[in-house]
Design a protein around this ligand. Sequence first.
Ligand code: IMP
Ligand code: MG
Length: 184
Amino acid sequence: MRAGDVQADLSKVLYTEQQLRARIAEVARQIEADYTAEPPLLVGVLKGAVMIMADLSRELKFMPEMDWMAVSSYGAGTKSSGVVKILKDLDTDVMGRDVLIVEDIIDSGLTLSWLKENLLTRGAKSVKICTMLRKPEALKTDISVEYIGYDIPSEFVVGYGLDYAEKYRNLRDIAVLAPHVYEN
Ligand code: IMP
Ligand code: MG
């Protein structure tokens, strides 16, 4: 699905499919330069990271293993509480492994800071983070994010894996959702 197919629901397109692909190629070159001895284990966070995982992994010039986790943060509302429940755990033992977490977006950063700590506790040798998008709120948490697609303003965005009420994930572009969609 393209932005034009749901134009009335979007207030503006932030990044087109072509821009996202070009940026991911740049990020992939950084990752290749940093992991010269052995590829990291890519850990995608379901469901939002499906698109970036697919594009990033295919862009890389090495053969990383890939695994997935699904987590949900406890508590009501749209804000993360930082208390996280594992809905689907890894199949892989991370002991002694270099892990690269692949995410769609970092907002408060609370979910990721919990996840990073969790993987280190299991004995991962290193845990780094790659995210397609980062919101300004994330700068308040002292979580280091090694690979970032784009820093974006604090607006609710959809597409490229990101949803509103489980919709818009299959939009090829990343766009700001028009307020009338969630105000009704
Ligand atoms: P946090 O970093 O712990 O606050 O949680 C980030 C999660 O909130 C992401 O993985 C998304 O699921 C969700 N999220 C945050 N901002 C947006 C947005 O603009 N659009 C869609 N989902 C978002
Ligand atoms: Mg996510």
